[in-house]
Write a protein that binds this ligand. Sequence first.
Ligand code: KG4
Ligand code: ZN
Length: 342
Amino acid sequence: MILGIESSCDETAVALVTADRQVLASRIASQMDVHAPFGGVVPELAARAHVERLAPMVEAVLTEAGIALTEVDAVAATAGPGLIGAVMVGLVTGQALAFAAGKPFVPVNHLEAHALSPRLVDSGLGFPYLLLLISGGHCQLLGVEAVGRYRRLATTIDDAAGEAFDKVAKLLGLGFPGGPALEALARGGDPTAVLLPRPLVGSCEPHFSFAGLKTAVLRAVAAGGHGTADLAASFQAAVTDCLVDRTGRALARFPEATALVAAGGVAANGAIRAALEAVAAQHGLPLVVPPPALCTDNAAMVAWAAIERRQAGLADDPEMPARPRWPLDPLAEPVRGAGVKA
Ligand code: KG4
Ligand code: ZN
């Protein structure tokens, strides 16, 4: 039984998970209200909000599960990658709780937690599988070969897919986060109304790029003459085409995959999901999408990753410092033309 803590971005989360896949309690406090006035996550405000919320949430989770801290087998927390101040809050809280209770502490890579999260709900999901991780902060294609063994097949050279959704939503006057609002608006629009680029589609490496698409929407808005629903639908169709093409290319490079897994907030998008379903089917694979609560940032996946790593006999340095960057595949080559996110 592991107590997990997540604080790498704008979600404060605590969960208690057992090795036999029971989530005894799982709480997520969103900071949407804190960041909404700024149209994006403000790192310093995120760290402060984690400080205020974390300790009461740990208590609430233990109380809900009827478990004392002394009864857990270990404490785990995200140690990176993420906003450094935000990561530090969860990490030092986890280390302090473990120290006080005399329990082992497990530092967890946030990307690894996303990568292993589908196995928490699907005990039948075996390795290897291809993971498409699409959220506000991440946009990657990872070959998940085993616990602790990941091959990064693609990353974004500029924005993450969710970030593009949020920025375009802002352009169209929708709230933050913009993904769900943009999807709703797109339902009433014509996806072929506005001609938009599909960056990197057809290119050999399966990487992503969304900055040019975002600029193209900006130009289309400035030019006028298009309704917001048509703009939203056309943008969503362009992103979908990019994700489908890039994922298909990655599947061709990772033929050993037994499933396509999509995770991250953007995987909640119905149009994108349907399109990914079709790509997976073309390759004779099932599409696995963890339930929304496990798909977006949460602490159950952090506790679960710690369980998987301990079961696999992988040791981690309990005193490891917070890491703003922590690639899952240290051998992955830097991407040509990439900005800081690669
Ligand atoms: O995984 P997540 O909750 O948090 C991180 O970014 O780590 O993902 C949030 C992102 C936001 O950019 C949000 O706009 C996007 O996922 N998102 C969506 C949808 N729901 C959430 N994007 C497109 N369509 C949606 N239905
Ligand atoms: Zn995440």
